[in-house]
Design a protein around this ligand. Structure first.
Ligand SMILES: [Zn+2]
Length: 309
């Protein structure tokens, strides 16, 4: 009797391990419940939110759980840490699906360590789809396709300065509520994310933001609350503002005619930060709006539907 009771316990234990280790596929839908379970520490629930799992998009995991020592996820060769937001929202983190990443199945390993050092692990499957991005030819001032040696030095200086900003994000969440379009009325997309561009028939690049149509001088608003991380006039991006929203998520606003905020300033969602212009490498006035997650560019339109409260 004792032996068979032990066996039953063994089977129960194996079943519990299977439950936590069986890979669950993430569905490409606005919201999907991945799992919920009662643990020794309390109730635990994981949801995913996404527009799609196409390269160039972002997706989000939201975790409701008892207090933990750490909660992280390994995905695409990198470890991401959950950021605790509030009692109701719980914790969340964002993942970028980098342009050009392999299509097909990618493993996401979730690890939660509780204060008593007990650990829960869960394996999830993320199936990444190849995007369909058109090519366009653009004509710009020749200095942008064949920069002079002193301009090359400036470009390198600016590249390093901007890269350093993305290396020092605020780890806490600074945003408040959902993201909004930075132009009143949305603007309308004149240049989608991911487009393959050939400038002056000689320089190839990917478009790593969205271009929003707008008359010059229109006010540009911060897409969420955060801290102004950079205000500068850059060679390619023109007058630019970068805002740190915490949790490794930054937004950037380029080609501005005028900047109306200063570095280090706190901005609320919807605050005016500058005016639409045509500075830097452009073919006409518009707003280039970008989003970086963990230093990877994603389509800003893919974060608009994610829930942040
Ligand atoms: Zn652009």
């Amino acid at each position: 009797m004792i032996e068979s009771a032990k066996c039953r316990l063994c089977l129960l234990f194996l079943f519990a391990v299977f439950l936590f280790f069986a890979a669950a596929p993430l569905q490409a839908s606005a919201r999907s419940l991945l799992f919920e379970t009662e643990t020794e520490q309390g109730f635990l629930c994981l949801r995913s939110y996404s527009r799609s799992f196409t390269e160039g998009d972002a997706f989000m995991l939201q975790l409701q759980s008892p207090p933990f020592r750490s909660a992280s996820a390994r995905f695409n060769g990198r470890v991401y840490e959950f950021v605790r937001v509030s009692e109701e929202t719980g914790s969340f983190l964002f993942f970028p699906l980098e342009l050009g990443m392999d299509e097909g199945r990618h493993e996401l390993l979730l690890t939660i360590v509780f204060p008593d050092k007990s650990v829960i692990e869960k394996r999830l499957d993320v199936t990444v789809a190849r995007g369909d991005f058109p090519s366009v030819s653009l004509v710009v001032d020749p200095k942008f396709t064949a920069p002079a040696p002193e301009e090359m030095k400036r470009i390198e200086r600016e590249r390093k300065r901007v890269a350093e900003i993305y290396e020092k994000p605020h780890r806490v969440w600074l945003g408040s509520g959902d993201f909004i379009m930075p132009l009143e009325g949305g603007g309308g997309v004149s240049g989608p994310f991911g487009v393959k561009r050939i400038f002056n028939n000689e320089v190839y690049s990917r478009h790593r933001g969205v271009d929003l149509r707008s008359p010059p001088g229109s006010p540009v608003r911060s897409a969420n609350s955060g801290i102004v991380a950079l205000t500068d006039s850059l060679f390619f991006a023109g007058r630019t503002v970068i805002i740190d929203h915490g949790a490794e998520l930054f937004t950037l606003y380029c080609h501005l005619a005028e900047i109306t905020v200063t570095e280090g300033e706190w901005v609320e969602r919807g605050d005016v930060i500058g005016k639409v212009g045509a500075t830097g490498r452009v073919t006409g006035p518009h707003l280039h709006w970008g989003v970086k997650i963990a230093a990877v560019e994603v389509d800003p339109l893919s974060i608009l539907g994610l829930p942040f409260e």
